[in-house]
Design a protein around this ligand. Structure first.
Ligand SMILES: C[S@@+](CC[C@H](N)C(=O)[O-])C[C@H]1O[C@@H](n2cnc3c(N)ncnc32)[C@H](O)[C@@H]1O
Length: 280
C-alpha cells in the first residue's frame, strides 16, 4: 500500500514542470485545483520565441539609449536606424516600460497573507499574451551541482528540461551570480545584468522571481515560458539579460524564463503564476 502510494507520488512528481522546492512539497495538497495542465511540451508556449525576442529588444533598445551607452558608441552606430524610432529624452526603466510596452510592474507587499513580497502591475494595462516579467538568476544545467546554493532557498526554479535557475538575490546565490557575470564580460561589455540583485533593477522586467503562486481564490494571470536567447541577439543588449550560465563551458544558448500574461491585467492587480504545471 505504502509502496503504491510512493510510486504514484513519484510518477506525479516527475511530471511536474515547475517546482519551487521545498515550498511545492509542503503545499501540494492545499491547492491542487490550481495546477496547470498541458498536453504536450510544445503546447506550453503561449508566445513564439520570436515574439518574446521582439518585446525584449523593444525595451532593451530604449534602456540602452536612456543609460547613455557611452562606452558602446560604436555599437550604437550599428543600431542607429532602429534607435531613431525612439524618442530623444532619457527615461528611467519604469517609464521606458510604460511608454514602450504599455505597462509597468514593481514589487510590493503581497495581497496574500504571509506571502511576503509580490509583483504588481503599477501603471498601464497588460494585454493577454504579453511578456510581463523575466525570471532572473544563475542557470544550472541538469548535471551541474547546486546543493549549497539550494539549501533553504525558495527561489530555485525548475524548467521543463530540468535546467534550474537560482533567482535568490541574497547570500551565496548573489555571490555566485556576480562572479559568473563578471567572468563572462567581453571587454567593456557586460553579457548579463547584475542590477536585479538590488532594489532598482536596470531592466524592470527582472522581478519575476517575486511572483507568488496562485490560489483557489486568485487564479493565475501569468505563466512561465522558457526562452533560449538566440545567437543573433544583439551583443550590446545582452547587458540587460538577468541570467548567466553557472559554467563558462555551457554549449547551449543562454536559458531565460519569461512570464506571459494569460489574460488582460489592469493596474493595481497582483501577478500570480502557477508553481505547478503537469505535462502529460
Ligand atoms: C519564489 S518565492 C516568491 C517571493 C516571495 N513572496 C518572497 O517575498 O520572497 C516563493 C515563496 O513565496 C511564498 N509564496 C508564494 N506563493 C504563496 C502563496 N500563494 N501563499 C503563501 N506564500 C506564498 C512562499 O514562501 C514561497 O516559498
Amino acid at each position: 500500500m505504502l509502496r503504491t502510494a510512493l510510486t504514484r507520488f513519484r510518477n506525479k512528481w516527475k511530471s511536474y514542470r515547475h517546482r519551487f522546492v521545498p515550498w511545492v512539497v509542503l503545499n501540494l495538497s492545499k491547492n491542487e485545483k490550481t495546477v496547470r495542465q498541458v498536453t504536450e511540451r510544445s503546447k506550453d508556449k503561449l508566445l513564439s520565441d520570436e515574439e518574446v525576442s521582439q518585446s525584449l529588444l523593444k525595451l532593451f533598445r530604449v534602456l540602452l539609449r536612456s543609460h547613455g551607452g557611452a562606452a558602446h558608441t560604436h555599437f550604437l552606430k550599428q543600431i542607429r536606424s532602429e534607435e531613431e524610432k525612439c524618442e530623444e529624452t532619457p527615461v528611467c526603466g519604469h517609464n521606458a516600460m510604460l511608454q514602450h510596452l504599455g505597462f509597468s510592474i514593481d514589487r510590493k507587499p503581497s495581497t496574500l497573507p504571509f506571502a511576503g513580497t509580490g509583483v504588481f502591475v503599477t501603471k498601464g494595462f497588460v494585454p493577454k499574451g504579453a511578456t510581463v516579467a523575466m525570471y532572473p538568476g544563475t542557470v544550472y544545467q541538469v548535471y551541474e551541482p547546486i546543493l549549497l546554493q539550494s539549501i533553504r532557498n525558495p527561489f530555485v526554479f525548475r524548467c521543463i528540461d530540468g535546467v534550474l535557475i537560482d533567482g535568490n538575490d541574497k547570500g551565496i546565490s548573489k555571490i555566485v551570480f556576480k562572479s559568473c557575470s563578471g567572468r563572462d564580460r567581453i571587454g567593456p561589455l557586460m553579457m548579463s545584468d547584475t542590477s536585479w540583485l538590488t532594489h532598482s533593477p536596470q531592466n524592470p522586467l527582472a522581478v519575476g522571481q517575486y511572483v507568488n503562486n496562485c490560489s483557489n481564490k486568485w487564479p493565475a494571470n501569468v505563466c512561465y515560458q522558457e526562452y533560449d536567447v538566440p545567437d543573433n541577439f544583439p551583443i550590446e543588449l545582452r547587458q540587460y539579460l538577468p541570467n548567466v550560465n553557472y559554467s563558462q563551458d555551457t554549449l547551449r544558448p543562454l536559458r531565460c524564463v519569461v512570464l506571459v500574461s494569460l489574460r488582460d491585467i489592469a493596474a493595481g492587480e497582483e501577478l500570480f503564476s502557477n508553481y505547478y504545471t503537469i505535462v502529460h
